[in-house]
Write a protein that binds this ligand. Structure first.
Ligand SMILES: NC(=O)c1ccc[n+]([C@@H]2O[C@H](COP(=O)([O-])OP(=O)(O)OC[C@H]3O[C@@H](n4cnc5c(N)ncnc54)[C@H](OP(=O)(O)O)[C@@H]3O)[C@@H](O)[C@H]2O)c1
Length: 245
């Protein structure tokens, strides 16, 4: 498989890229830090990635960098087959309520710019007859909840967009994979109290990889979150107002 990844220098993206490298996939990395990209590229080569892992600058906060990064990926991989987006930003509800600039960054990166990036990918993949686009959204988008009102609203919009893409373009060969992780212990969640079912990136990466391989349109990781969120989605509003979750 030929895969271009945005956000594979850390967390779940790194765990997923390592699994892909270990089975000999050809990888291309996009990201905002050349040092992190180089370090990750060499790490993936040592783990078995096919050929040299090349990289390109791509900053989720700078949409003008998207087109060039994807053109480079297309050139270096010979063809764009699979694109994985694991880059994203987070802030607690308290941080985002008190810092409007940070709130704007999180909302812009996690919704508007992720969608703009996916649109660039969609055009390229459909032009070549199809491919797979896998994006990490979040269980936080499944219901408006007190601790994740702002971050969750961006992920809700993103999940909706990915669902629409799947409905419209599956017949044209575009397989859209929306991944909804629960709490995963990464740099993003460092310092937060892990809730029940919290797990590590290595625990969820195999399930994400399987979803990419199969083109599964929606996957919760770990799977227990599908049932947890089903319950949360069905709780009456008066209960949601009382609980802190
Ligand atoms: N961890 C969780 O509990 C959890 C739960 C649900 C959903 N998610 C979602 O899953 C995805 C991955 O989360 P994670 O926990 O694995 O995150 P992470 O460990 O913080 O890694 C985030 C990745 O995104 C990259 N990134 C951040 N800002 C960027 C920017 N402006 N431009 C380009 N790349 C950027 C980082 O690159 P650098 O190396 O340059 O920092 C890093 O590779 C995110 O979309 C997150 O919202 C996470």
């Amino acid at each position: 498989m030929k895969v271009a990844l945005l956000g594979a220098t850390k967390g779940m993206g790194r765990a997923l890229a390592r699994l892909m490298a270990e089975r000999g996939d050809r990888l291309f990395l996009m990201g905002r830090s050349s040092d992190e990209l180089e370090r990750s590229a060499r790490d993936l080569e040592c783990r078995g990635a096919k050929g040299t892992v090349k990289t390109a600058f791509c900053d989720l906060l700078k949409p003008e960098t998207f087109g060039n990064a994807l053109d480079c990926a297309q050139r270096e991989l010979d063809a764009l087959e699979t694109v994985v987006v694991t880059a994203g930003l987070f802030g607690t509800q308290e941080q985002l309520e008190s810092d409007q600039e940070q709130a704007a960054r999180v909302l812009t990166a996690d919704y508007t710019n992720t969608v703009l990036f996916c649109e660039e990918v969609r055009r390229r993949l459909i032009a070549r007859g199809g491919g797979t686009l896998c994006v990490l959204s979040s269980v936080a988008g499944d219901r408006g909840r007190k601790p994740v009102i702002l971050y969750g609203s961006a992920k809700a919009g993103l999940s909706h967009y990915l669902e629409g893409l799947d409905h419209k373009f599956r017949a044209s060969g575009l397989k859209t994979v929306c991944v909804k992780p629960g709490f995963v212990k990464t740099g993003m969640t460092a310092g937060l109290k892990p809730p029940p079912f919290a797990c590590n990136p290595q625990d969820v990466a195999p399930r994400i990889l399987r979803a990419v391989d199969r083109g599964t349109p929606l996957v919760y990781v770990p799977p227990i979150w599908r049932y947890v969120m089903w319950v949360i989605r069905h709780l009456p509003r008066f209960v949601m107002r009382r609980i802190g979750f």
